[in-house]
Design a protein. Structure first.
Length: 76
């Protein structure tokens, strides 16, 4: 499998929004996103640094997005 690219939280938020997620609310520096179609939540910490690979995989798992689907969403 190809490695995941380094990505900022802002770019990840945009990708999740394209995938049907909406910002439900914020708590401190964390955005809580909700997808009404799949009834899933994802929490993204909004900082200026790139997300660590493990954190990115955890967020994608929460959102129900596979690595392959994520890489396809990045290309769009």
């Amino acid at each position: 499998m190809p490695k995941l690219p380094h990505i900022t939280p802002k770019k990840l938020l945009n990708i999740l929004k394209k995938n049907g997620f909406q910002v439900d609310h914020t708590t401190g520096s964390h955005f809580v996103l909700y997808n009404p179609e799949t009834k899933r939540r994802a929490i993204v910490a909004h900082h200026n640094k790139d997300l660590p690979q493990g954190t990115l995989m955890s967020i994608l798992s929460e959102a129900g997005i596979t690595r392959k689907e994520f890489l396809e969403l990045l290309k769009k």
